[in-house]
Design a protein around this ligand. Structure first.
Ligand SMILES: [Zn+2]
Length: 341
């Protein structure tokens, strides 16, 4: 009986690998199943001569950290600078290499420091419908004329995390039920020192890119097709702890916090309130689009300081957020579909 057990289990193993691993090699089809498989139940060791191709790509913290390093190498990256243009080109070429459909929306923003050319970047992974679940980050750094500010956590870490999320989505073999979109906003930061220091009622001095993005949705009659927005901002700190932004949409926040805790990160996804005060998710909320901000603002001592540098962020934190967002996306899609989708 032992030998027949062995042969059944070996056969199912081979069959399973044909189902689970794409048949990239000619040896895979079922008529080539070995007569005497070498795989046993307990004695023989599997000895593959070639590395097994990765079926489901996973979030790579190493790759994300390279994206952070690359952005810091470009230097300070305020709107309408050569450094931000290099960052933009880098993001675009990465997204294209992942197989995403990429577009940019260039516009001129009137700011307290004069007209600034800005551009949002959009990457799509088309699903079965045109309804969209979006994940976003801003990619500009705050402008300072008296300080070299490179923004490792604000925003290089969130840009890097979003790029790596995009790569995993782009490599997915399964067509999602809804379209997944990544958005990189220009001009989130105020050009004056304070967030609202130079804001006027109809002309805030912040969130230029996200306000532009939502106004374009409105103009195109596309508000309803955006079903949810996840915003990443300042989530790479070595001592990561994400509290709940009270303005965010509760069901969306609950799905993400629950997924994070199920992945073993209950110390990161905590219930205390996180005072945000304003961010790129607000224009979405104002337009009736469910949105959530994943941000560690109050607990980040290097916010808008020259010390917001590479040593303040960690691969572990970035991976926690990347894995959690990727685990949340299908749940968000299910929720949306169950609630009028
Ligand atoms: Zn900032």
């Amino acid at each position: 009986m032992a030998s027949s057990k062995t042969s059944i289990s070996a056969r199912s193993l081979v069959l399973a690998s044909c189902v689970l691993i794409p048949c990239l090699f000619a040896a895979c089809p079922k008529d080539n199943v070995p007569v005497k498989p070498r795989v046993g139940v307990s004695t023989a060791k599997p000895a593959p001569t070639k590395p097994i191709p990765t079926v489901a790509p996973v979030f790579s913290a190493d790759r994300a950290m390279q994206h952070v390093r690359q952005q810091l190498d470009f230097g300070p990256r305020p709107p309408d600078t050569m450094a931000l243009e290099k960052t933009r080109n880098y993001i675009i070429s990465e997204l294209k290499s992942y197989g995403l459909r990429v577009s940019t929306d260039e516009f001129t923003a009137k700011t307290p420091l004069g007209d600034k050319r800005m551009a949002n970047i959009v990457g799509d992974f088309p699903g079965e419908t045109k309804d969209i679940v979006a994940v976003a980050s801003h990619y500009d750094t705050k402008f300072y004329d008296d300080m070299r500010f490179v923004g490792a956590n604000d925003p290089a870490a969130s840009v890097a995390t979003l790029l790596e999320i995009a790569r995993v989505l782009g490599n997915s073999k399964e067509k999602p039920k809804l379209t997944y979109r990544v958005v990189f906003f220009d001009g989130e930061e105020a050009l004056c020192e304070g967030w609202d220091e130079c804001s006027k009622p109809e002309a805030p001095d912040n969130t230029y890119g996200s306000r532009r993005y939502v106004s374009q949705l409105k103009a195109q009659g596309d508000l309803k097709s955006t079903r949810a927005l996840i915003l990443l901002d300042m989530m790479g700190y070595t001592k990561l702890e994400l509290g709940r932004d009270p303005s965010s949409t509760r069901w969306l926040q609950d799905i993400i916090w629950q997924a994070g805790r199920e992945l073993g990160h209950s110390k990161v996804f905590v219930d205390r309130q996180e005072g945000v005060g304003g961010d790129d998710h607000e224009p979405f909320l104002d337009a009736g689009i469910p949105a959530v901000d994943m941000i560690q603002l109050s607990g980040y001592p290097y916010w808008h300081k020259a010390d917001d540098d590479f040593d303040k962020i960690s691969a572990d934190s970035i991976k926690i957020v990347g894995d959690t967002v990727l685990a949340s996306l299908p749940r968000i899609v299910s929720y949306v579909q169950a609630n009028g989708g």
